[in-house]
Design a protein around this ligand. Structure first.
Ligand code: AMP
Length: 396
């Protein structure tokens, strides 16, 4: 497989799939440029190696062809600013306009194609559409990890037209390396910390990580399904009654596999789901009627922190409580602090999946963990053990 690090780009036109699906404000300015910034190293690598770059991406969810509010022309100036390169724009991603713009491209130049999703064929994974795109360049680089779990024309199908000349960009490579480090060759003990609202949305991940981890820490709303399944009183906490048996079987499975499951022992409980609720701390299985558990309690934090401190590798997905409300963010913050502390002492820590990423950003500690995944759904599927079409297409 080709590597972006060693490939000689001189004279090549690289068709680079990026994830420029960024939020725009009312004036169509980029409101959060994280994803554009993430793609800059790959763009610069090609340009500095003497190649040219044809950027392709989607933006938003256009329903029926061109819609100005989803036009990628709105982001050209931001790409220029962040990359330090002049960026040309083609008002279509296939057809004469795109072909002429790509043909005119000189070494060292960058061209951004219009939104791929103005064509329904993109999401359908249409082979003829992918072939038209493929004609624009002579190498294919996929750097859009956020859509790697989709078998779309530009993320997977297109790769068949580049039997040899295809590779991952730095974003993709970084994400794959991080998750492989955790799942395939972790320094032990390996601890997974799973939180968030519902156990039902994390079952496949829990099942997959059970065969790999030494410790599984469970927090957040899903705690209470496990506690109720064991006969605890959970008041009006979030419980998925239809998952009670599953919670028990996951615990048995863990036991038989030698995985230590750590459940909360105490909880911060509230008399309503609101920041200004009355709160108190109680044992996790003794929550009175009318009260709900919205964060892990101090004794739980202490126990979890000990497990985290003794870990060689840490995978964190999902908050420990309702961290969006100041009254219930403490448990998530303290677990995050414990991960930061362990990382500073040499542990490898990967944080991924929507809300735990939001939490590390809220606490300003993104720089203090080993890797923060931007992958969202793609990372979750990778953690479930599913081979991502965008990854498989490059590897095959
Ligand atoms: P998820 O998307 O499944 O990772 O869930 C994240 C959401 O879970 C966040 O919005 C949290 O507010 C929520 N959450 C965490 N702990 C609790 C809890 N004890 N009760 C209800 N919701 C929770």
């Amino acid at each position: 497989m080709l590597s972006i690090d060693t490939f000689s780009f001189s004279g090549h036109k690289a068709l680079l799939r990026v994830d420029f699906n960024v939020p725009l404000n009312d004036q169509f300015e980029v409101a959060d440029s994280t994803r554009i910034l993430a793609a800059v190293p790959t763009i610069r690598k090609v340009v500095e190696g003497g190649g040219s770059v044809i950027l392709m991406s989607h933006l938003g969810r256009p329903k029926n062809g061109f819609e100005d509010k989803f036009s990628l022309r709105h982001i050209v100036s931001t790409v220029e600013e962040l990359s330090g390169l002049k960026v040309k724009f083609a008002a279509d991603c296939i057809g004469q306009v795109a072909e002429d713009a790509a043909a005119d491209l000189q070494a060292g130049e960058v061209l951004l194609l219009e939104n791929l999703r103005f064509y329904k064929e993109e999401e359908k994974g249409d082979s003829a559409f992918a072939e038209k795109l493929s004609k624009l360049g002579d190498i294919y680089i996929n750097d859009a990890f956020g859509t790697a779990h989709r078998a779309h024309a530009s993320t997977a199908v297109i790769a068949q037209f580049f039997p040899v000349n295809k590779m991952f960009g730095y974003v993709m490579q970084g994400e794959i390396d991080a998750i492989d480090k955790v799942m395939l060759k972790p320094d032990r003990p390996l601890t997974a910390i799973m939180g968030g609202a519902k156990v039902s949305s994390k079952i496949s991940i829990i099942e997959n990580v059970l065969s790999k981890v030494n410790h599984l820490i469970i927090g957040g709303g899903m705690t209470f399904t496990f506690i109720k399944a064991q006969g605890g009183k959970t008041g009006s906490s979030l419980v998925e009654d239809e998952q009670l048996n599953l919670a028990l079987s996951l615990m048995e499975k863990a036991k038989s596999m030698g995985v230590e499951i750590h459940l909360p022992v105490d909880a911060v409980i509230a008399d309503k789901f609101a920041d200004d609720a009355n709160t108190k701390v109680c044992a996790v299985g003794e929550i009175p009627d009318g009260w709900m558990g919205l964060d892990i309690g101090p004794e739980t934090v202490k126990q979890f922190a000990q497990v985290i401190a003794a870990s060689g590798t840490i995978l964190w997905n999902g908050p420990m409580g309702v961290f969006e409300m100041a009254s219930f963010e403490k448990g998530t913050r303290q677990v995050a602090d414990a991960i930061v502390e362990a990382t500073s002492k040499g542990a490898y820590s990967l944080v991924g999946g929507g809300d735990s990423v939001a939490a590390v950003n809220q606490f300003g500690i993104a720089e203090k963990v080993s890797y923060v995944s931007t992958g969202g759904g793609a990372l979750l599927e990778y953690m479930e053990g599913i081979e991502l079409p965008g990854v498989a297409a490059i590897r095959s």
